[in-house]
Design a protein around this ligand. Structure first.
Ligand SMILES: *Cc1c(COP(=O)(O)O)cnc(C)c1O
Length: 455
């Protein structure tokens, strides 16, 4: 029995076109890699990472603002990104001993590393102090531990992390009273600490709240200097949106999507989804923040930073990985149910993390194939090769131009930011998908493993 062609195709959400990557995907490489690895794999494009870093730096230069970009390492565990950071002088934001070791081990200097995260382990703080990393202090007891780890030759470089007044339920940062105490303790610690300024990280992607809080912290720097503290930098954290899909497709999708569009009667509301379309994203979001007037009046943030001699630090994760990778699965089976298909791939939703947050990774997966489209689309959800009902890579019944067949390759676009490996697990003794770095040299596309096998 054939799958009944659907009369009303589900709203589709193609990722923004990427002709350069399409050329690579249309060649033999994906099929050869699928054969070589016998399972799913991730492609990484470090040149895109470099371009994204450059875009952030350009936005700083245009605004005449002294600033520094730190790649938030938790967004992707690959070595390729921190290798690029080490080479081109980009900082790295780490939050564990493992991440710090990785950054140092790939050549990022301690002074180029910012250590964030709550109640940091003593091992992490000790190495951070010895390596001259910048430590974003999250609590008063942590500040005491940092001060106790300093030596006369190695003062601790630190920022005080601000609890965002607009997000009072955040578990991160210091409130007003704690900040006042922390500033006094820094002043009392004299030469054993270098209090370099303040930091925050906000949930969500709105630009104005970031400008507002940055403006407030510039003022706080001026007050802290009166106490004899250095206080000449402010970190605005991460949260620069990524624009995955076009505005029209996104609006149509949100307006039209409903329970009938998902496997097993699953349903989602717009609030469940990442905002896959953002009119202002990446380095443009930084531009908007710099041009915004903190609290709605006075000089733009850029001018206030310049006037106060405050350096702007930022910790983008997802935005530096925009279009810097994709994930390739092999179709392992296809069957029909209730008028739609169930496609099973050779991996799991643990390699597409969004599925683990009661949400769905929405940019359309694309079938690589040479078959002519049949004229009618075939709707299918995408499941993983495990025994869990809930292991779905895509609950949505995606419209495919041809009937998927075992051996076809299915590509999830733009997965480098958080999707690839935050939740990965060798569940069912399935191998973790290898990461393959693709770049160009002498006009030819070449590939290597992100981490070479141990010798
Ligand atoms: C997660 C995190 C980031 C990165 O956030 P993105 O949304 O990926 O830009 C930056 N700073 C801190 C403190 C974080 O926890």
């Amino acid at each position: 029995m054939a799958v009944t062609p659907s009369t009303t195709p589900p709203p589709s959400l193609p990722a923004h076109p990427d002709p350069q990557l399409d050329v690579i995907l249309a060649g033999d490489l994906p099929h050869e890699l699928a054969y070589a690895f016998g399972g799913p794999f991730h492609l990484l494009l470090p040149e895109r990472f470099d371009a994204n870093v450059t875009a952030f730096r350009t936005a700083l230069d245009e605004a005449g603002v002294d600033g520094r970009v730190y790649y938030a390492k938790k967004a992707n565990k690959a070595a390729a990104w921190i290798e690029r950071c080490a080479v081109n002088g980009t900082g790295v934001d780490v939050a564990s001993v493992g991440e710090l070791r990785e950054a140092l081990g790939h050549g990022v200097r301690g002074e180029g590393i910012v250590v964030t995260g709550p109640a940091k382990a003593d091992d992490l703080l000790r190495v951070a102090v010895l390596q001259g990393c910048l430590i974003a202090v999250d609590a008063l007891d942590e500040l005491d531990r940092v001060i106790s780890l300093t030596t006369t030759t190695r003062p601790a470089r630190l920022l005080l992390r601000r609890l965002p007044p607009a997000q009072p339920h955040s578990r991160f940062g210091l409130d007003d009273a704690e900040l006042a105490t922390a500033l006094q303790r820094c002043a009392d610690a004299a030469d054993s600490v270098r209090m370099e300024g303040f930091s925050f990280h906000l949930s969500g992607y709105a630009t104005q709240p970031r400008a507002d809080l940055a403006g407030e912290l510039v003022d706080l720097c001026l007050k802290a200097r009166v106490m004899g503290l250095q206080a000449d930098r402010v970190s605005i954290g991460g949260g620069f949106a990524v624009d995955y899909v076009g505005a029209g497709d996104w609006e149509r999708f949100l307006a039209e999507q409903g329970p009938g569009d998902y496997h097993a009667g699953k349903s989602f509301t717009a609030a469940d989804f990442y905002p896959y379309h953002s009119p202002v994203a990446g380095a443009d979001a930084l531009r908007v923040i710099l041009a915004a007037r903190p609290s709605g009046d006075g000089a733009p943030l850029a001018a206030r930073l310049r006037r106060a001699g405050v350096m702007l630090l930022m910790e983008p994760g997802r935005a530096l990985l925009d279009r810097a990778g994709c994930t390739v699965f092999r179709v392992q089976g296809f069957k029909e149910r209730n008028g739609y298909g169930i496609l099973t791939v050779d991996g799991t939703s643990l390699s597409l993390s969004e599925q683990w947050f009661n949400s769905e990774y929405l940019p359309d997966p694309v079938l690589l194939g040479t078959r002519e489209p049949a004229g009618e689309t075939v709707r299918a959800c995408v499941g993983g090769a495990t025994c869990l009902e809930s292991d779905m890579l895509t609950w949505r019944k995606v419209a495919f131009p041809v009937r998927p067949r075992p051996g076809d390759l299915l590509v999830y676009p733009n997965t480098a930011g958080y999707q690839m490996d935050s939740n990965e697990s060798p569940f069912h003794d399935l191998a973790l998908p290898p990461k393959v770095v693709v770049d160009e040299a002498d006009g030819r596309v070449r590939w290597r493993l992100d981490r070479r096998p141990p010798s």
